[in-house]
Design a protein around this ligand. Sequence first.
Ligand code: SF4
Ligand code: SF4
Length: 66
Amino acid sequence: MKRLAFVDKNRCVSCGACMKVCPMGAISVWRGCYSVVDEQKCVGCGKCANICPAGCIEVKAREVIA
Ligand code: SF4
Ligand code: SF4
């Protein structure tokens, strides 16, 4: 099943680590505030979730397949 990274924006500390580690360039830090995942680019590899110091990224099954 296809997977997608979800960010809990309330816990994100805007460090940018997820953005740097993503092999697909799927993450941007929105206005320096919290990270946003591009659903079209994310392949659900989980690298962002593994590196996030705040533990606020979870990779889950996609509810909607684009
Ligand atoms: S799960 Fe992988 S592809 Fe998706 S945003 Fe995280 S690092 Fe990028
Ligand atoms: S690694 Fe985690 S805390 Fe840092 S910008 Fe990404 S989601 Fe936010």
